[in-house]
Design a protein around this ligand. Structure first.
Ligand SMILES: [Ca+2]
Ligand SMILES: [Ca+2]
Ligand SMILES: [Ca+2]
Length: 275
C-alpha cells in the first residue's frame, strides 16, 4: 500500500481525524465506522459502497489516460484514485499525475479532487468538506501555490466567502452576508493581519464605510503598554500581589484629574505654528 506524502494539508487533517476516530472507535463503532456524515448514495459499510463513486476526475472513456486505485489509511477498499497523462515519445516518455480524488470519510463517494498541470503543480481543488454530497470548497493555485479559496458556508452550493492569497499570504477576503451571490464585506489584510474592512450595508455592491481596524490597533497598543508597566513593577517591586498592579499607572492620572490644567498630564500640548 503506497501513500503519497504530498497530500494536501487539508487532506492531511482530514485523514488525521479519520485515523483518530478509527483508533478510538472500539466501543459502539462497528468495524471502524467513521463518525462523519454519509453523502447521499454512500455507505459507511465498505461492502455496500455504491458502484458509482461520483468520480470528479475526468477519465472515463479516455483510454489515453492511466488510472490507478489505491487504499488509503483506515480503508479496506481502494478510496484513492489517480489519473495520469503520458507525455513525450520513446525514452522521453513519462507519465504525470493529472488528477487525484479521494473518498476521505470512507462512504464510497469521492469528496475531494485536485487537478495538476504538466509540471505536476496543483491547479484546482474541489471538496465536499461536510459530506452532504455538494462541493463547498474551491481552491485555485498559481504556480502551485494557493491563490484563492472559495467557501460555501450556507450549503446552497454557491460560494459566499472568497479568500485571496499572494505568495501564500492572505491578502483579501470578500464575504456575501445576504447570500445574493455578490460580496458585501471586503476585508484587506496586511502581513496576514486584518487592516481594514469595507462594509456595504445597503447591498448595492458599493462600499458605504471603510473601517480601519482602530480597535485592534488600540488593543495591541494597550497590551504593549501593560506589558511594559508589568516589567517595571517586577523590576522595582519584585513579587507583589496583583491588586497593586494598577497603582503605578493610576498615580500619574489621579494627579492630573485634580489639576486645573486643560489637557491631562502626559499629553503634549500642541504649540501653534509660528509664521
Ligand atoms: Ca466520501
Ligand atoms: Ca458539502
Ligand atoms: Ca451580498
Amino acid at each position: 500500500m503506497i501513500w503519497e506524502m504530498r497530500a494536501a494539508k487539508g487532506l492531511g487533517v482530514a485523514f488525521a481525524t479519520i485515523a483518530l476516530v478509527v483508533a478510538c472507535g472500539g466501543g459502539d463503532n462497528k468495524g471502524g465506522i467513521v463518525k462523519t456524515a454519509t453523502a447521499p448514495g454512500g455507505s459507511k459499510d465498505p461492502s455496500k459502497w455504491p458502484a458509482d463513486d461520483k468520480s470528479m476526475c475526468d477519465w472515463r472513456n479516455k483510454p489515453e489516460l492511466e488510472v490507478s486505485e489505491t487504499i488509503g489509511p483506515g480503508s479496506i477498499r481502494p478510496n484513492v484514485r489517480r489519473v495520469y497523462r503520458t507525455f513525450g515519445e520513446g525514452d522521453a516518455r513519462h507519465k504525470v499525475l493529472a488528477c487525484r480524488e479521494i473518498d476521505t470519510n470512507l462512504d464510497g463517494i469521492k469528496d475531494v479532487v485536485r487537478t495538476f498541470n504538466q509540471r505536476g503543480e496543483a491547479v484546482h481543488e474541489e471538496a465536499d468538506r461536510d459530506y452532504d454530497g455538494k462541493v463547498d470548497v474551491w481552491l485555485n493555485f498559481v504556480d502551485g501555490r494557493l491563490a484563492e479559496e472559495d467557501v460555501d458556508s450556507n450549503h446552497d452550493g454557491k460560494p459566499d466567502i472568497w479568500k485571496f492569497y499572494v505568495n501564500g499570504q492572505l491578502q483579501r477576503i470578500r464575504r456575501d452576508r445576504n447570500f445574493d451571490g455578490k460580496p458585501d464585506v471586503w476585508e484587506i489584510y496586511s502581513k496576514g493581519r486584518l487592516e481594514r474592512v469595507g462594509m456595504d450595508e445597503t447591498y448595492d455592491g458599493h462600499v458605504d464605510r471603510w473601517d480601519r481596524d482602530e480597535q485592534l490597533k488600540y488593543e495591541a497598543d494597550s497590551a504593549e503598554r501593560k506589558a511594559r508597566e508589568q516589567m517595571g513593577e517586577i523590576a522595582d517591586a519584585g513579587a507583589s500581589s496583583s491588586s497593586s498592579s494598577s497603582s503605578s499607572s493610576s498615580s500619574s492620572t489621579s494627579s492630573s484629574s485634580s489639576s486645573d490644567a486643560g489637557a491631562p498630564k502626559g499629553v503634549k500640548a500642541t504649540t501653534p505654528k509660528k509664521k
